[in-house]
Design a protein around this ligand. Structure first.
Ligand SMILES: [Zn+2]
Length: 512
């Protein structure tokens, strides 16, 4: 399979598309404005220790000072130092990926926290990492328990343990990875094995560790050479993170449309992934790089509810709070002589589009698919086989359950980043996200009821309705007979006046 990455860099956002055999299969987007400080490491200086609240303000060279609680201070080489604990409440999420939230370092439950003034003093220099982005008037929350996320591992310079992500399933697999972790762990650091490590070899984990050790060495060097307060490590930006997380052996070419990004990726590759250096290409083309493989078009298609199939059928994909519902519909040739055959063929086509859309939209959680009904057991079984086969391309973990009692195919897909929809769309306020609004006739009849109520409540000779031209047209056309009836019923004339400024759902009833 031919796999290429397209990297589209602009000052406000970075977008990356994974192209497999000429088709955009995955899209990652990061907006500059939404990038936080979380994960960044600073050489800070303690400004003020406040024993009363067991916390300290730390100057990290930013406008607002950071806040460091006693429980978030690393105390290496102490017998009851913070330990990796699977049930811990505190979580390390140095990386923005949700999947890292399942990795935990217990900082408080199993140990006594010493008074903060025995741990820190005013003016002291300390290496700290942002654990929570600043909100409103508050400065960022800091921790001195540093952690750096790699592709499969999280590197913990202050601990000496090997931990594993809680959500990594399978007793045997957990043990295998823990054994590898123990084997490769550097003497002076701790490791956490991330959920994505599942199924990966010792060799791959070792490569990742080598990358993290180089990264840490760089941080230590900057720490020694610089003066507080300053930044010594910034969480990788999207294009560098993609190099870390998404460039595998399958990726043959990476096209980058910004000279600057190309150069920094090249530098990153030389330092951390030498084998990738030769796969980087600067794309100077006049056509936007996302137009080359029709990525832009694919993204727009992935934002719509309805997706057409070549055969004429279509999928309808609804993302609700609880689950994702996918309905498969056959095309116009429904009245084919062989319904079973047509249904089966459309279902097969739908499977490919379904997997394509799940990846492109990055949908996760419970997914329920209503395929076109089939009678033949053989076809039903074959469909699930094809689904399983097609899902193998998907690196995100999926699990297909058998047909449910009602004949629906239920499956799960691990939640990772935000879905494309959540990133690019907002709820529609006009229809309250239902996709439906009152029909003009419904509004028209609502208007008639109001006319009746007004005419009864207040004596008058004549009434006037002011409404949007669309509503007035309806009353002069299709509903004109109802208006005449209403006039007869009330014994009063109803004048109609159109006002293009008015909202089509609103109207005014005036008494004359
Ligand atoms: Zn709407």
């Amino acid at each position: 399979m031919s796999v290429e990455l397209l990297v589209n860099v602009s000052p406000f956002e970075t977008r990356i598309a994974r192209i497999e055999n000429g088709l955009a299969e995955e899209v990652y987007i990061e907006r500059e404005r939404e990038r936080g400080l979380k994960g960044n490491i600073y050489k800070g200086r303690v400004q003020r220790v406040i024993p009363g609240i067991q916390a300290a303000f730390v100057d990290i060279g930013l406008e607002k000072s950071g806040f460091l609680y006693a429980g978030d201070i690393a105390i290496p080489d102490v017998p009851d130092a913070p330990s990796l604990d699977e049930d811990a409440e505190e979580t390390i999420d140095s990386n923005e990926d949700e999947e890292d939230n399942d990795v935990a370092v217990n900082t408080s439950r199993h140990r006594h926290i010493p008074p903060i003034n025995t741990l820190l003093r005013d003016g002291q220099e300390i290496l700290v990492q942002v654990s929570k982005d600043p909100i409103a008037s508050k400065g960022p929350r800091l921790t001195s328990l540093l952690s750096i996320a790699g592709r499969y591992l999280v590197y913990l310079p202050d601990l000496r343990h090997v931990g594993i992500a809680r959500r990594l399933e399978g007793k045997e697999e957990r043990q295998r990875l823990l054994d590898i972790g123990e084997k490769i762990r550097p003497e002076k650091a701790g490791l956490i094995i991330r959920t994505v490590a599942e199924g990966h070899s010792e060799e791959e984990l070792k490569d990742d560790l080598a990358f993290l050790e180089r990264l840490w060495a760089g941080i230590e060097k900057r720490n020694q050479q610089s003066h507080a307060a300053c930044n010594v490590h910034t969480e990788l930006n999207l294009y560098l993170r993609v190099m870390r997380d998404y460039v595998d052996d399958e990726v043959k070419k990476i096209h980058i449309d910004s000279k600057e990004a190309y150069q920094s990726m090249k530098k990153f590759a030389r330092n951390f992934m030498p084998e990738v250096t030769k796969r980087l290409y600067y794309y100077p083309g006049e056509r936007p790089v996302f137009d080359v493989y029709g990525v832009e078009e694919e993204v727009n298609r992935a934002l719509k509810r309805k997706v057409s199939l070549k055969s004429g059928g279509h999928l309808v994909i609804d993302q609700t709070e609880a689950l994702i519902a996918v309905d498969v519909n056959s095309g116009s040739f429904v009245r084919s002589r062989n319904m079973e055959e047509t249904g089966f063929k459309t279902n097969l086509e739908a499977v490919h589009e379904l997997v394509h859309q799940l990846r492109l939209r990055n949908l996760g959680g419970i997914i329920v698919v209503d395929f076109i009904d089939m009678q033949e057991e053989e076809n039903k079984a074959r469909l699930l086989e094809v689904l399983d086969e097609t899902l193998k391309r998907d690196k995100t973990k999926t699990h297909v359950v058998q047909y449910s009692a009602l004949g629906l195919v239920e499956m799960t897909r691990k939640r990772t980043r935000d879905s494309l929809g959540r990133m690019l769309l907002e709820p529609c306020h006009r229809c309250d996200s239902t996709g439906y609004r009152k029909s003009p006739t419904t509004i028209c009849y609502q208007l008639f009821r109001e006319v009746v109520a007004e005419a009864r409540a207040y004596p008058c000779e004549k009434l006037m309705v002011i409404a949007h031209p669309k509503l007035i047209d309806l009353m002069l056309g299709e509903e004109s007979e109802q208006v005449t009836r209403l006039e007869g019923f009330l014994g009063k004339q109803i004048a109609l006046k159109s006002d293009a400024q008015m909202d089509p759902e609103h109207f005014e009833v005036a008494l004359l």
